[in-house]
Design a protein around this ligand. Structure first.
Ligand code: ZN
Ligand code: ZN
Length: 341
């Protein structure tokens, strides 16, 4: 009997590893839950199941939040991991039960009556877990459905998604638009945010919070512009043959000259002179915010063309500066995108 049983077990090949088809639930749009395996990230996201199957390679998938590159099998959510383990266990139990039954059938049992042992064999089968359709979670209402501009993979994130899960592509253009969008949304809600801030701090802290937040926006917006303008410039057919230093795209006149030389149009064809002057001032302000905590020095006065401050003063950043910068950058990047579609 036990020889038969161990032969049956060997036949099953459980020790060599077997493939078991496991169905994991998809949401009603056909998207599949995934979780980033990176220790410090662990972000949840979704990907259209067909794209996970067809566009993600066998070697690597990417987290849309942190860009972590890992084996696609490591992106299961804790629920999926438990489900896979339970289905695997149920499968193994069922196979062993069947092996037991076959072994029992092929054994001629000789029972010694009145012996010390009375052996009875019971074959049991416990059904494995059924496929479960998960109800849509509350955060589904917040999800953003995105598509990669390179490989067209469709995926969803809560909040920003920076990387395509299939090809890992990061789009400075999407990052730029998202930064501007977020800045405007926050400005529109700034009074309520300050109100909440002053409730658990004080009114002074709320004022300081606004000043610091507005200054941070100048830095973030100019940085996002620098990245997107460089990445759009690289799309121009003549760009590959050129080289430039890391800071070229924060020097307006030099960058505009490069565009003109390469495609016949510069910033002057997109923006009014007054808009170029304002942008110039904002880029210089960003330097001062980053390097001198907003203190005006001779370099600022000389390079920005801003005559409203003397050396030794501190720059004041207001909501109107941030709104104006968003409007100018939107106009300029739209224009550059037309030149480098
Ligand atoms: Zn991640
Ligand atoms: Zn992609």
């Amino acid at each position: 009997m036990f020889e038969n049983f161990s032969r049956e077990l060997r036949r099953l090949g459980l020790n060599r590893g077997v493939r078991i088809p496991i169905k994991l639930p998809l949401d009603d749009k056909g998207y599949f839950d995934r979780r980033c395996p990176h220790q410090q990230c662990g972000a949840d996201f979704k990907i259209l199941f067909n794209d996970w199957r067809d566009k993600v390679s066998d070697e690597a998938a990417f987290c849309p939040k942190c860009g972590d590159r890992s084996d696609p099998t490591e992106f299961n959510t804790p629920w999926q991991r438990r489900h896979i383990a339970a289905v695997g266990k149920a499968y193994a139990a069922e196979q062993i039960n069947q092996a037991f039954r076959r072994a029992a059938r092929s054994t001629r049992t000789r029972r010694i009556s009145g012996g010390l042992f009375d052996v009875t064999m019971k074959v049991t089968y416990k059904a494995g877990p059924k496929d479960i359709v998960l109800p849509p979670k509350a955060d589904d209402a917040l999800r953003q459905d995105l598509a990669c501009e390179i490989c067209k993979c469709r995926y969803s994130t809560i909040g920003a998604g920076y990387f395509c899960p299939a090809c890992g592509h990061n789009s400075p253009l999407s990052d730029f638009r998202r930064t501007l969008n977020m800045t405007m949304k926050t400005i529109d809600g700034l009074d309520r945010i300050k109100q909440a801030f002053s409730e658990f701090n004080d009114a002074d802290a709320a004022e300081d919070f606004e000043r610091q937040w507005l200054e941070n926006q100048i830095e973030d917006l100019v940085t996002a512009f620098q990245r997107v303008s460089e990445s759009l410039f690289r799309r121009l057919p003549g760009a590959a043959a050129l080289s430039w230093d890391a800071n070229l795209f924060q020097r307006l006149a030099d960058a505009s000259r490069m565009w003109t030389q390469t495609c016949g149009h510069g910033y002057e064809q997109i923006l009014e002179p007054s808009e170029i002057s304002t942008l110039q001032i904002m880029i210089q302000r960003r330097h001062k915010i980053g390097h001198t905590q907003g203190m005006v020095d001779a370099r600022y006065v000389q390079h920005s063309g801003d005559r409203s401050y003397d050396v030794g003063q501190r720059l004041v950043t207001g909501r109107q500066h941030v709104r104006e910068l968003v409007a100018i950058l939107t106009k300029l990047v739209d224009g550059l995108q037309n030149l480098a579609p």
